[in-house]
Design a protein around this ligand. Structure first.
Ligand code: B1M
Length: 208
């Protein structure tokens, strides 16, 4: 039931209190996935719904995001816990024009936990920066995140540029508005609707 308190803390922008609530919940034995999916991610979905309904505005959305990030900080060591053997390098970023980074950060943390070396380029990343980082780090996967329908074309631009450069690197895409059909349409090598799925995808593509 206390997962509800985590949800309420995010939708209520309780940034100072969230870390303690998340820690308390984990200490009480609540499963990590439940804290993440029902508490933190569920709350961000609710914030998005309230924004769409005109009940919340950008500053509130930002406060909720900061609260979510403070909660995620507590989960990070658990999400990144895993094998020490490197599975190869993944270059990750949110595409040009897009500043949303929570989902991308989650994918990065889980990739690290699964043993990948992760080069995180942050948000608003140019196509050239993805290509340069992948070449310099001999990456096996480029992972692109987008949260806005208006920035999905930037994904296509990057995927096409990677193909044209003839690089031996797989591209994977994800983010709330992205679909398998869109991934197929732009020629990406894979799509996942969540962070654990992105890790599985990277594993399969590297093994292939
Ligand atoms: Co923005 N925003 N936002 N926002 N925001 C959305 C995305 C929106 C859906 C809200 C809404 O209208 N209901 C809407 C987009 C509409 C659309 O395009 N269809 C929207 C809008 C409109 C905007 C602005 C344009 C608002 C404005 O200024 N008028 C503006 C754009 C700024 C920009 O980027 N240029 C804007 C700004 C912001 C803030 C800065 C205030 C803040 C972001 C802060 C930050 O990230 N540091 C923000 C927030 C917080 C949101 C919502 C509420 C929450 C996003 C989030 O973090 N979710 C969001 C509504 C929503 O999504 N429900 C919304 C939690 C996160 C864990 O989920 O990122 O989806 P998500 O990641 C998931 C999966 O998608 C997947 O894994 C994760 C789960 O495991 N995934 C991948 C993500 N990347 C992946 C990559 C993969 C695989 C899976 O492989 C590579």
């Amino acid at each position: 039931m206390a997962v509800k308190n985590i949800f309420e803390a995010v939708v209520g922008f309780n940034e100072p209190g969230i870390a303690q609530l998340v820690q308390k919940e984990l200490d009480s034995g609540t499963n990590l996935d439940e804290v993440l999916n029902e508490g933190l991610i569920g709350a961000m979905d609710e914030v998005g719904r309230r924004f769409s309904e005109g009940e919340l505005f950008v500053p509130e959305m930002l406060m909720a995001a900061q609260t979510m990030k403070a909660g995620l900080k507590i989960l990070k060591p658990l999400l990144a816990e895993g094998t020490t053997e490197s599975k190869g390098t993944v270059v990750i970023g949110t595409v040009k024009g897009d500043l949303h980074d929570i989902g991308k950060n989650l994918v990065a943390m889980m990739m690290e936990g699964a043993g990948f070396n992760v080069v995180d380029l942050g948000v608003d990343v140019e196509t050239d920066a993805f290509i340069k980082a992948a070449q310099e780090n001999k990456a096996k996967v480029i992972a692109l995140s987008a949260l806005l329908t208006t920035t999905m074309p930037a994904m296509e631009k990057t995927v096409k540029a990677v193909q044209e450069a003839g690089m031996p690197v797989a591209t994977i895409v994800g983010g709330a508005p992205v679909t398998q059909a869109f991934a197929d349409q732009i020629g990406a090598n894979g799509y996942s609707d969540d962070a654990p799925g992105a890790v599985e995808l990277a594993r399969k593509l590297i093994a292939a």
